[in-house]
Design a protein around this ligand. Sequence first.
Ligand code: TTP
Ligand code: MG
Length: 406
Amino acid sequence: MARRIMHIDLDAFFVSVEQTLNPELRGKPVVVGGRPDRRGVVASASYEARAFGLHAGMPLITARRLCPQAIFIEGSFTKYREASQRFMAILADFSPYLEPMGLDEAYLDVTGFESIHGSIRQMAVATKQRIKEELGLSASIGIASSKVVAKIAAELSKPDGLLEVAAGEERSFLAPLPVAKLPGIGKKAERILNGLGINTIGQLSNMPLSALKSHFGVSGELLCRYASGIDDSKVEPPGAAKSISRETTFGQDTRDRSLLKATLGYLSERVGAELRQKGRQAGCVTLKLRYADFTTITRRHSLVKAIDADQIIFDTGLKLLNRALSQERQPVRLIGIGVSSLTEPGRQLDMLDSSEQRLERLNKAIDRIRKKYGFTAIKTGRTLPLKDIFPESDDGYTLHTPSLSR
Ligand code: TTP
Ligand code: MG
């Protein structure tokens, strides 16, 4: 029996959440991402704004030029995370085979669920209705026999759409679409294919596999399968996180060592808090820097022993930072810190030496107080310079981009 898979994606997610909270924004060109006089890009644009050519990733300055009457909102990640959790909870009511992809989209395997809802189409209608009634948000849903086709169907149906591709119709459904609609085909691959005279997915599916492989290596095979609507990958519930990271772009490129250090300190605390909250320890710390000319570097350090202390994440990151800055004269645009090689803590308490025990007790106490009174209830010395620069809330500081500050 053919599988039935739904792909659900909320329409203009960040903007729509803002519109539910402020009805005056409804039906208007609205952009979430930041103020148009600051630098940054559009994170989400209402469909009214898209009519003027605005889209995610466009610089805010360009967006304002194309649509001066648009309303620009800084946004707040906390609101979007909450809406996302409620959205996923609704989906989980419909099927336990749920694979969230980011905040506002998910796959649902609904094979065999016809009997409960009459048809899968009616099930999708009911799903959309609950999302509308309970969250005030509109969703678009694609239904097909595979993830890749369901995703493309959902995107094609937007906004507030519902599109089902019957089993056996995958190939003819995909054939007339431009190659760029296929997941995995970015700007570069699109240019290569167009250069070869391949514009539609149908043309792509007729290319010899050897030609695809010579241009795209091992990915060639996957492209060939996708182009024919073949994708056996399962809808899988999320596994444990492989890494945890936080990053931020500065309002202005900076060489200010104390700002860089304090920001690194704050981001390290955010990473450490999530690491401990997930009950994991990390064996590797990675620093990320983007310089003024957009050159981006990552520097990693493997630790002898897995850790979960803010102090060690920060100290390791700071060493990497100092080394990187000594080799580069440009100002810094973005800084990020992450941990990976995550493991369950397996050690025994009495094996810890006293300095580790002290750190562990300290971080536990900090976590407890922050859980009760908010993140900024405790400001460590290393982050103090941020106090006068960034607005603070119970959830922590709001760095450069409020719609993404988490
Ligand atoms: P998308 O689902 O790609 O975009 P959207 O929901 O705003 O619009 P639609 O699905 O109707 O086309 O992404 C979901 C959210 O993720 C989006 O509201 C904001 C955020 N996002 C960014 O912050 N930066 C980006 O470049 C993109 C694409 C999305
Ligand atoms: Mg969306």
